[in-house]
Design a protein around this ligand. Structure first.
Ligand code: DHY
Length: 336
């Protein structure tokens, strides 16, 4: 088998959205992302810390879905490595020469990965102006950068092995006695570039967008409340057990889930050891023991194949949402 491409980080996501004006309100006015380019078909957005052309592309389409998520690779040759790596695994693979794919992105390869998720690998990308100290332009959630993706997939051990074969480390897991429910996988030295959540899939569960500080997470929720737009807040604010991050989950006008996320930790030491949570530990998902709302477990964005058709869904066989914190917050209630 050929060597895996050297993945640097989760780099951008391209979402199909049904109303660009509504999306612009949510992502630009409320989340505070900067518009790098816009035309009648798409919006190209980035956070204040990002020096590459975009981390979120919103493409106008009749049906909301994930077009693809993208990893940046270390060198141009890693794009060729990605092509070989996925072709050898029998995955659909398509070369996307510079100028023919997503605006600003150079030579790339798109694949449907073994999880059924459309993924792009690229090295070259246009630059954007440095905005980190343009405080006059920071507003809303003050998003700094894209942090991670979260994917729903029915076979977590297989997904874990696949991402290990791509060179990802594992920062944390949620496990039962014999089951692996979820895994947080990284290339950049943070908790994750991608999290694997058990369930029917392939679905995009959410994308995580980083802010610098927890007060920005609280402020985000306050602004949605102040405008009477609180229905966009799905879960939180709170502190995760896994990752220790401070978070709030929002739903965009198409239902795409966005986590505003901050204050996880460094995982770059070579002897970093995976931290394992028991599925019965009430603090695993919310460190303060708050129950996770049902929609968070049950709803997610469908994903496209390389031709823009919706991928079929396979069912999962574990159901973490049936393991609940009791109404009194003290016990674990497992409905029969
Ligand atoms: C968890 C979910 C995330 C994340 C880190 C940790 C666990 C949870 O609270 O559900 O999306 O980024």
């Amino acid at each position: 088998m050929s060597a895996a491409p050297d993945v640097v980080r989760s780099a951008y996501v391209q979402l199909a959205v049904t109303d660009l004006a509504a999306s612009r309100w949510f992502w630009v006015d409320m989340l505070g992302m900067h518009v790098q380019h816009e035309d009648e078909d798409a919006l190209y957005l980035r956070g204040s810390d990002e020096l590459t052309h975009h981390s979120v592309v919103l493409r106008a389409a009749p049906v909301a879905a994930l077009d693809h998520l993208a990893y940046r690779v270390r060198a141009p040759e890693d794009v060729d490595r990605a092509e070989r790596f996925f072709a050898e695994r029998g995955c659909p693979v398509r070369r996307v020469p510079a100028g023919t794919g997503t605006r600003g992105v150079g030579d790339a390869v798109r694949v449907v990965d073994p999880l059924g998720v459309p993924v792009e690998f690229f090295h070259d990308i246009a630059r954007g102006e440095r905005l980190i100290q343009r405080y006059d332009l920071h507003r809303g959630a003050q998003i700094a950068r894209l942090d991670h993706y979260n994917i729903c997939t029915p076979d977590i051990p297989a997904a874990y092995e696949y991402y290990r074969s791509l060179g990802f480390g594992c920062s944390e897991t949620i496990e039962g006695e014999h089951e692996l429910y979820a895994a947080w996988m990284f290339r950049k030295p943070t908790v994750h570039d991608v999290a694997l959540t058990h369930g029917p899939g392939p679905y995009l569960h959410h994308i995580g967008m980083a802010t610098h500080e927890s007060h920005q997470v609280l402020h985000t929720a306050d602004i949605f409340g102040a405008l009477g737009k609180e229905h966009h807040i799905e879960r939180g604010p709170g502190r995760h057990g896994v990752s220790n991050a401070f978070y709030v989950y929002l739903r965009d006008p198409d239902g795409h889930r966005v986590e505003v996320y901050t204050s996880d930790y460094f995982t770059g030491d070579p002897d970093y050891e995976t931290h394992r949570w028991n599925v019965h530990d009430d603090r695993r998902r919310d460190f303060w023991g708050n129950a996770v709302i049902e929609s968070w477990y049950k709803e997610a964005s469908p994903v496209h194949d390389l031709d823009g058709r919706l991928q079929p869904i396979a069912e999962g066989n574990l159901d973490e949402s049936s393991i609940k914190v009791g109404a009194d917050g003290l016990g674990i209630v497992k409905p029969s």
